[in-house]
Design a protein around this ligand. Structure first.
Ligand code: C2E
Ligand code: CA
Ligand code: CA
Ligand code: CA
Length: 275
């Protein structure tokens, strides 16, 4: 039993070392990626349910690793946060997306994901202001998506940044709503104007009474507080119909469109009178 224990231990510790090395390598590669054109953005449309028209595009980051191929943001954003690269990457995203959006053939809003760590960096709001000014994109076209965890610790820098971003004219959206710890108390904060219901709840529509009750309740409360409500991860027409019947304002998901490369956007915008 003792020998077995030791083996188990060694295996475990080898794994840990392997994981650490792997992560270190990826972090170093990510540093390189920023300056060598390995990152790019794709955009997923968000539809206004009432007018059946395009309301905005959400910018989503992609990394094509030269040896490993595509690596998803769920994997590399945490690495960027751990290694202190997120500020640089986040700014790159904002600048590139703002520049892209200005060239679109209609004045459609642009949503960008913001990491909690970016919000805490002194000078962040100034950098947003500069990025907007340099691109010429009006702040009113910008939606900044932040998760509840971004706002959970509620420190002074975060609070100040939120106030300034709102004053600038940007819309602040609560992303992945319902998955954090502080959901209901957060929506009393008047700095937020939009709320995105997380895909995990949308998934349950049509099959899970509890998910439906949560979504219905969230929409009712949020509406009364003046929020715009967006549902993400819609894959089935039945989900879309249910959300529409229950008062959701905007819809996003593969059913409407997968994220698309920048070069397809103008065509997408021009091709549709409605979605
Ligand atoms: P998110 O903000 O919740 O973005 C929605 C994710 O769901 C995206 O995954 C999108 O491609 C995917 N999605 C949209 N509709 C559907 C659907 O109908 N079915 C399914 N199965 N998936 C759908 P993606 O692009 O892999 O991004 C994952 C997460 O990475 C994002 O979640 C966001 O938290 C983060 N992320 C992406 N880009 C950035 C960025 O530029 N900055 C930061 N800080 N985070 C980012
Ligand atoms: Ca998002
Ligand atoms: Ca989301
Ligand atoms: Ca989500």
């Amino acid at each position: 039993a003792k020998a077995e224990g030791r083996n188990t231990y060694r295996l475990f510790s080898d794994d840990m070392a392997g994981e650490t090395q792997e992560r270190q390598k990826l972090k170093a590669d990510l540093r390189w990626a920023i300056d060598h054109d390995e990152l790019h953005l794709v955009y997923q449309p968000i539809m206004d349910m009432q007018t059946r028209s395009l309301s905005s595009f959400e910018a989503l980051l992609r990394w094509t690793h030269p040896e490993r191929g595509p690596i998803g943001p769920d994997r590399f954003i945490p690495l960027a946060e751990e290694s202190g690269l997120i500020g640089k990457i986040g700014l790159w995203v904002l600048r590139r997306a703002a520049r892209d959006a200005l060239a679109w053939p209609a004045e459609i809003a642009l949503a960008v994901n913001i990491s909690p760590l970016q919000l805490k960096q002194p000078g962040f709001v100034l950098e947003v202001t500069r990025a907007l000014r340099d691109s010429g994109l009006p702040p009113t076209r910008l939606v900044l998506e932040m998760t509840e965890t971004a706002l959970f610790d509620n420190d002074a820098l975060t609070r100040q940044a939120l106030t300034e971003l709102k004053a600038l004219g940007a819309t602040i959206a609560l992303d992945d709503f319902g998955t954090g710890y502080s959901s209901l108390s957060l929506i009393r904060d008047r700095r937020f104007r939009q709320l995105k219901i997380d895909k995990s709840f949308v998934d349950g529509i049509g099959s899970c009474r509890d998910s439906e009750a949560i979504v219905r309740g969230t929409i009712n409360i949020a509406r009364q507080m003046g929020f715009r409500i967006v549902a993400e991860g819609i894959e089935y027409a039945s989900q879309l119909a249910w959300l529409e019947a229950n008062g959701c304002d905007e819809a996003q998901g593969y059913l409407i469109s997968r994220p698309m490369p920048e070069k397809d956007i103008a065509g997408f915008i021009l091709a549709q009178t409605h979605l």
